[in-house]
Design a protein around this ligand. Sequence first.
Ligand SMILES: NC(=O)c1ccc[n+]([C@@H]2O[C@H](COP(=O)([O-])OP(=O)(O)OC[C@H]3O[C@@H](n4cnc5c(N)ncnc54)[C@H](OP(=O)(O)O)[C@@H]3O)[C@@H](O)[C@H]2O)c1
Length: 288
Amino acid sequence: MTLVITGAAGHLGRRTAERLLDLVDPATVVLVTRRPAELADLAGRGADVRAGDFDDPASLDAAFAGGERLLLISTDAVGRRVAQHRAAIDAAVRAGVRHVAYTSLPNPVAENPAPVAREHRATEEALRASGLAWTMLRNALYAEYRIPEAQAALAGGAFPHNLGDGRTAYVSREDCAAVAAAVLAAGAEHENQAYDVTGPELLGAGDLARIYGEAGSAPVPAVALDDDAFAAGAVAAGVPADIAGFLAGFGRAVREGHLDQAADTVQRLTGRPAIGVEEVVTGALAQA
Ligand SMILES: NC(=O)c1ccc[n+]([C@@H]2O[C@H](COP(=O)([O-])OP(=O)(O)OC[C@H]3O[C@@H](n4cnc5c(N)ncnc54)[C@H](OP(=O)(O)O)[C@@H]3O)[C@@H](O)[C@H]2O)c1
């Protein structure tokens, strides 16, 4: 079975590729990226590294040739992703791929105000309509994004948030990669399944404030703000206005309970417990 990973030079793509090369014969692994030179080390481990860009659909024919199962890693081109992902799905069909796993978001319904929900929903719909077997890997919000949040809170002496009383189960990229690699390496049992890929526990603003304070050995009380005040604070701290609004949208999604999934997918598919925010943040701050 030839296994393809797109976006293989991104953070998640590279880690998934590394995990997959530990699980299967490297001769069966195809890594597709816009930046092949960055994967020279994985080519050295026996993977077939190929150039491919969703913005250049013709490049995907050679990139996906011979592939049977493919991990489609959602791109970072927010706003343009539906066309990109459709191009990748169409190319997978042309290449004779039979199963595509896609990195989505939990609960990508119309009511979910997370700013990326619409694009993930549209991609899931396109994949379901493609006739291919599919797996939705609905990755929760990354635990790694809590590292700069913790650092800012410690620098400012408080943790401003717009999470209200909402809670979510932040997941480490490491676990997202381990789950994706497990799905690629498995038999057909994950076909036509949607999995929430989450961290081990639901955390609210108070939990995060405690974790950040303990990691930095300084109190960082949580300060609840509404969306506008949260975004304005981010802008005042140097975040571009569109990004500040984007971040506020995720906080609103958590506050309104749209991202309150806590699943056992990591444990079930990898055989080990999911990594928590505490481990990710404490580890990063200890190294800083
Ligand atoms: N769950 C979360 O909290 C969260 C947070 C941020 C992002 N995400 C999503 O998860 C994805 C993976 O996360 P990450 O941390 O690995 O992000 P990242 O390091 O920023 O990687 C961006 C990814 O987009 C791919 N990409 C960009 N333009 C592309 C194009 N034209 N054609 C094909 N691929 C393209 C890149 O592939 P190459 O560079 O190898 O070509 C790379 O895999 C992100 O792209 C985003 O969709 C999730």
